[in-house]
Design a protein around this ligand. Sequence first.
Ligand code: 4AD
Ligand code: MG
Length: 432
Amino acid sequence: MTAHATEIRHLSAHEGETVTLTGWVETTRSHGKVAFAVVRDGTGIVQCVFLKKELPESVWEALGDLTQESAVRVSGTVKPDDRAPGGYELGVSRLDVLSLAEDYPIQPKEHGVDFLLDHRHLWLRSSLQRASLKVRHEVEQAIHDFFYENDFVRIDTPILTGSIGEHAGTLFATDYFGENAYMAQTGQLYVETACPAFRRVYCFGPTFRAEKSKTRRHLTEFWMVEPEVAFADSDDNMRLQEAFVCSIVERALERCQEELEVLERDTSKLEVIRAPFPRISYTEAVEILHGKGSDIQWGEDLGAPDEALITEDHALPVFIYNYPKQAKAFYMKENPQDPRTVLCNDLLAPEGYGEIIGGSQREDDLDRLRERIREENLPEEAYGWYLDLRRYGSFVHSGFGLGVERTVAWITGRHHIREMIPFPRLMNRLTP
Ligand code: 4AD
Ligand code: MG
């Protein structure tokens, strides 16, 4: 009988049959006449059982030489087994070693995180990393589906740009044929200009910030999704954020149960996430913080400890809205009710994960925007095209940016966002 080639994810359809799998050996152990190998094929793991008396001598010997992460082809009979990792066992009849691995650096023991990050290209194969990246994959798909279903058009914005998108302090600059170019900190300014073309738009891509901090929440290269909506004000913007975040969480709960289990995520914390989210003005937030012993001064941006103090009282994400102008970027709309502030919001995730979204209504008044660009000492000549949006049919519009890695860290319940991206870029890390 020729064995049916399949993948581990399909084993339940082959109970009692003989199948052939290809994959990598995670572990082996031998008890004299019976031996086990756990094989991973990228779609799951299965325990392979080898019985000495039923196998040719050559197979038994090959098994004895198998090293961790060797590539193999293995055939055998599929048996359900509740105790086996993955729920199935393969009663092996044949083993081909496709490539015998050298001594594998990552052993089933505790390694330091620097060692693991140095071996990130191999660390990706480990179960917690696989689970986190699978959740990331699902979150990214949920993002695209949400905007697709809500009639947004995706606009791919440039990565090399001549205009500073956020702040001059965290720019990666590079020479562009004798001109200064910057790696995009945001796609926002570009995506705004597509509103009059498509009304509802979004961009999704890598963004770059020369963050000289080594916190658990900062990468120098991270992925951001940025929707922008014409004729939407700051309130509409917050409503969109609620619906969007709820849809992502719901999707992860629906499709990533196995991964969240591997990650030991307390999913009851995610099951309660529902709109509406509490809204606290910046000024109220400062009062709350003073009540909790913080010495924050009105006008300062909230730091990570402040955010943690605010969110400790809430199971839901919390909006903080209308920050002081000086704490935020130049493009935010001045608040007509209190010109010291701007019409904006951050969204703080619960459980100490802090800011996952920054958003605002945009300054749509040509003169005020020009003034803000000057106040921030940004080169006005680089913003001619951006100001054109206020010259030719200016309109109320709002948008926001959600950081993918911070969102995935919250959903997976993992501490550090560096594990939420396949190859993290940090202040002190460009390899692998
Ligand atoms: O608050 P930020 O800086 O907002 C913007 O870039 C706007 N242009 C968005 C917009 O309105 N279209 O960044 C948005 C989000 C943050 O809330 C955070 O989740 C993430 O991007 N983020 C980072 N994630 C990882 N590492 C960093 N260094 C990050 N900086 C921001
Ligand atoms: Mg922000």
